[in-house]
Structure formats: structure tokens, C-alpha cells
Ligand binder design. Structure first.
Ligand code: NIG
Ligand code: FE
Length: 411
């Protein structure tokens, strides 16, 4: 099937096939074409150019994009979208003065979500998760990573990953799955963290690998959760099953998780609300993508990742939602981009780069996603009529999406 988009006011994020990520000052550039056309053939971008060269061919569908922008879909490289129920009571508790850490210490937090998930059937978990996925697709997300980590038993971790797999079987969006068994120490192992790590290494990892349920491995490296030593153990074990790390680090404390991630060739290190000079040095000369999650900072009222500092140090940066029931009950990448501009002082160009090509890199898919490039997947956002691309982060809270194209199909 051929679909031709014509009279595009501005076609954003045009890259050659060799650009896998952009770093430092490169992030200030967003290559575009004005008054453009783009041809989709089946599921990929076949060609594009300016209107003076529009092909005179017959196509199944022609979409007039006058006054509208066209850009690659958002690449959300960090979510926990598969979960059961919600935690709005903890939200109210925080309004009343309890901290996120205090709530977790009293059996709330991740353990609260784990209890809910363990008592939810796979069918019901799928139903709730599909509803969330369909919502974020409408918000412009065309590729997404989904983690386990609310199961905390072999059976429930596998249930989460099976649900994530079924979501990709039944939807056009690209999904990458990450095993996050080391998200928290379950209550049954309260004084026996090493026993839980044994379970992860000796039972969960072999079974998950046998069913090919995960592409990546994650762990929450943080005081009160998992140490740097635990990080080395879990990531080394994951490597035996070819699971590349993408890890939670530096959300509340910098304890050396960034350097540990880099040492294990992590594809990404995510959160980074607290960053030290040593973390920046570790990231320089590495292939690891730092990932900021500004809607988590917004929701928990914790510091924002110093994205400006990271980019000014010459590093790349990706933006993701962290969609989860505890720290970020939102999968809206448009809000993430606005918040990165407003609170982290990223320019619109930097934020769009961070949410497309660099987000794709942080999922290991920037050879097929994250830019307007011949041969890449036709996952596109067509905006409503807007004055310029700076208007996208500026008009925060407005829905500026007119139409979504996923796998070449208009949704
Ligand atoms: O990325 N920080 C660790 N995990 C999740 C939130 C966990 C929760 O509160 O449910 C995060 O913020
Ligand atoms: Fe997270």
C-alpha cells in the first residue's frame, strides 16, 4: 500500500541512516524540510522531498498536510506500563506530608503494586495494560519499552512479560521488553536480599530466557533497594543470557550506579535526578545513553535531571515517561517534552531530538526508528495546524496531534 503526504508545512528530524544518536551541541540542530511531501510504502518511509519534486504517481491514500507538521513518532524508552490497579491513596498521603520513601518503608510503593499484580489474572492485567497502551499510541508514541518489576515472584514476573509480549503481538507499535526482577526486595525476603538475588539469578533469568521474554535487563540501584555490588552481580548474570542492561540509577542518591552501568556497557542509565562530576566523567567516552524522566520529577516534586549540564558536557540525552502507578501515572510524551523545556531548560530542538532519535537509541532501535529516513519505519505524527515546532512544547497541555501513522497505517 502507498500513502502520500503532501504540502507538509515542515517535515522534522530528517537524518541519514548512519545517525544513531545526537550528543552535545549536535542536539541543538533539528534538520527539517519546508513545504514537503513524504511517500510511505507498506510499513516504511519510501522517499520524501520538497513539493516541487512531488511524485506524480497513483497511491491508495493521499493526505493533505497543509499548515501541519510531520515528525517521527515519540520513542518512549522507559516505562512500567504493565501494572495492576493504581496508587492514588499514596498520592493523597504525599499531599498530606508523607514522603515517597516513608510510604515505601511502610509496605506501600513497589510492594503495594506487587501485591495487586500477584492477585490479578493475566487476562485482566492484559486488559488494563492494553487500555494504557492504546492511550499512549493516540498521544503520539510509536515505540515503547516496557519493564517487569511488579511481579517479584518468578510466576508474576513472567506474567508481566507475557502480557507485554501479547501487547506487541496485538498492536502495531514497536515494543521492547525489559526484565526488572531487582526492582525491590519482596516482603518474603525482607531480611534476605541475597536469597532474592539467588532466585533472580538461578530461577527467573533461566526461565525468562528460555521463553525469550526479555530483550534487556534492569535493576533499581539505590539506597534501600540494590547496591552497586548487587548491580555487578545481576548485570553479569544477565550477560550470560545476552541481556543488555538499561538501569535505574541516581533517583535519590548517587552511589556509583552510573559507573557500574557503563562498566557493563549499559545501553542506558535512567533517572539521574542526582548527578556528580564522577557520573559525567563515567558517561563521557561511553556508548551509554543518559535518560531523563521529567514527569517523575514533576509528580514526586523531586529535582529534575540536570539535562542542561549533561548536554553542555557534550553528552547525549534521551527523554522518556517512566509511566508507572507510583512515581509517574502518565505516559504522555508531549508533556515530557514541554516539561524538559520548561524545567530542564532544553530547547525545543534538544527536546525533540531527545524524544525521537535518542529515545530510539536507548531502546536499541535507532537503525529503524526515531527519524525521517528512507527505509525507516513509517511511524509518524501529523500535527494539527500549528505556527512552528516551538509551539509543540510551548502550548503544554494542549493536544496538538491530528493523526497518527503506525507501521505505515493511518490510525
Ligand atoms: O522508575 N524508581 C523505581 N521504580 C519506578 C517507580 C516505582 C514505583 O513507585 O512503583 C520509577 O520511578
Ligand atoms: Fe522507572
Amino acid at each position: 500500500m502507498k500513502v502520500l503526504l503532501t504540502h507538509i508545512k515542515e517535515l522534522l528530524q530528517i537524518r541519514d541512516i548512519h545517525t544513531f544518536k545526537v550528543s552535545g551541541t549536535q542536539m541543538k540542530e533539528l534538520p527539517t524540510l519546508r513545504n514537503a511531501w513524504l511517500l510511505i510504502e507498506n510499513d516504511h518511509i519510501a522517499d520524501f522531498g520538497t513539493m516541487d519534486t512531488v511524485p506524480k504517481i497513483s497511491v491508495e491514500k493521499n493526505i493533505d498536510c497543509s499548515d501541519k507538521l510531520v515528525l517521527p513518532s515519540w520513542c518512549d524508552s522507559h516505562t512500567h506500563l504493565v501494572y495492576a490497579g493504581n496508587r492514588e491513596q499514596e498520592f493523597v498521603d504525599r499531599i498530606n506530608g508523607h514522603t515517597y520513601q516513608q510510604i515505601a518503608e511502610n509496605g506501600g510503593g513497589i510492594l503495594n503494586s506487587a501485591r495487586k499484580l500477584q492477585g490479578t489474572s493475566e487476562e485482566e492485567l492484559y486488559r488494563q495494560s492494553a487500555e494504557r497502551l492504546e492511550e499512549v499510541i493516540k498521544l503520539g508514541t510509536g515505540a515503547i519499552e516496557i519493564k517487569s518489576g511488579y511481579g517479584l515472584t518468578t510466576e508474576s514476573e513472567m506474567k508481566m512479560l507475557r502480557v507485554a509480549k501479547k501487547l506487541s503481538d496485538n498492536h502495531d507499535i514497536t515494543i521492547k521488553r525489559t526484565f526488572l526482577g531487582a526492582h525491590a526486595v519482596p516482603s518474603e525476603y525482607k531480611n534476605n536480599k541475597d536469597g532474592y538475588l539467588d532466585l533472580i539469578c538461578n530461577e527467573m533469568l533461566p526461565k525468562i530466557s528460555e521463553e525469550k521474554l526479555a530483550h534487556y535487563i534492569d535493576l533499581f540501584c539505590e539506597e534501600g533497594y540494590f547496591s552497586v555490588e548487587d548491580t555487578h552481580r545481576v548485570l553479569s548474570e544477565g550477560k550470560k543470557y545476552d541481556l543488555i542492561p538499561k538501569i535505574h540509577v541516581n533517583q535519590f542518591n548517587a552511589i556509583g550506579g552510573v559507573a557500574a552501568g557503563v562498566e557493563h556497557y549499559a545501553l542506558s542509565v535512567d533517572h539521574l535526578e542526582v548527578v556528580t562530576e564522577a557520573d559525567i566523567s563515567a558517561l563521557k567516552n561511553s556508548d551509554t545513553m543518559p535518560v531523563a524522566l521529567p514527569s517523575c520529577s514533576y509528580f514526586l516534586s523531586i529535582p529534575y535531571t540536570p539535562g542542561r549540564q549533561l548536554i553542555d558536557a557534550g553528552l547525549p540525552l534521551a527523554l522518556a515517561t517512566d509511566y508507572n502507578p507510583g512515581s509517574t501515572p502518565s505516559g504522555n510524551m508531549n508533556f515530557v517534552i514541554s516539561t524538559a523545556c520548561i524545567k530542564m531548560k532544553l530547547t525545543p530542538e534538544e527536546a525533540i531530538n531527545a524524544a525521537t532519535i535518542n529515545g530510539a537509541y536507548a531502546m536499541g532501535i535507532s537503525n529503524t526508528h526515531g527519524s525521517i529516513t528512507k527505509g525507516k519505519k513509517a511511524n509518524l505524527i501529523i500535527t494539527k495546524p500549528v505556527p512552528s515546532y516551538g509551539y509543540l512544547p510551548y502550548a503544554f497541555g494542549s493536544n496538538l496531534i491530528d493523526q497518527i501513522i503506525l507501521n505505515g497505517k493511518p490510525i
